[in-house]
Design a protein around this ligand. Structure first.
Ligand code: FES
Length: 218
């Protein structure tokens, strides 16, 4: 097995390429493809985050080894991107090993909201009762649902996780996450069975001609 697949300069180039691809992906106008892309990224995030979290937890037993591993700028950046590293920098020789990184602002789903836009989602007749419709606008994945005669929009990412929840179930106003069973009230975004959890909600309006609109903060 090769000891090192890429040197730091090559790693910089890969990060720059990924950065450009993420910016290009932002320009995708087809909503279904954008939803699909972001959901793939959410799943990739989760399958990486879980083992990385376990590795970092195991390293708590050996601070010397942990510091040595985190002194590699590529490992350090990965841990930082997944928010698994304390902010104090380890003993890396920054002048020799610094690498260019993807700006944190480009990690879409952790970017704090900056702007708001009203988005047209189509005629209300397109939406069936008690179904979860995954949508995307800018860097926001959200779910639109109709319960009774009222529409609701909430973020499509379970609180405390990066996994989407649109494969969950909806019973009246109660949305149940498919992963660990956390339940949310669509009307408020508040969790029913985990009081410290909450989903972002978005204002929804129906125009006179039946056009469904949602205001997305991004
Ligand atoms: S990811 Fe939703 S309850 Fe755990």
């Amino acid at each position: 097995m090769k000891e090192v697949l890429f040197n730091n300069e090559e790693y910089n180039q890969i990060l720059a390429q990924l950065d450009q691809l993420m910016q290009d992906a932002e320009q995708i106008s087809d909503v279904d493809h954008k939803v699909l892309l972001y959901q793939i990224l959410q799943y990739f995030d989760s399958i990486h985050r879980e083992p990385l979290s376990r590795i970092m937890e195991a390293l708590q037993q050996d601070e010397t080894l942990k510091a040595k591993i985190l002194s590699d700028p590529t490992v350090s950046k990965l841990a930082s991107l997944y928010d698994l590293k304390e902010h104090e920098e380890p003993t890396a020789k920054k002048d020799e090993r610094q690498v260019a990184f993807i700006p944190e602002s480009e990690v879409g789903w952790i970017t704090p909201p900056k702007k708001k836009d009203w988005l047209e989602l189509g005629d209300i007749e397109l939406f069936q009762q008690n179904k979860l419709y995954a949508k995307n606008y800018q860097k926001v994945n959200f779910i639109i649902s109709k319960v009774g005669s009222t529409f609701y929009a909430v973020e499509n990412q379970c609180d405390g996780s990066f996994l989407p929840i649109d494969q969950g179930t909806l019973d009246e106003h109660v949305l149940t996450c498919p992963w660990h069973g956390c339940q949310y009230d669509l009307r408020t975004g508040e969790s029913i069975n985990e009081t410290d959890k909450k989903l972002d909600t978005f204002p929804v309006e129906v125009e006179k001609d039946g056009m469904l609109k949602v205001e997305i903060a991004y």
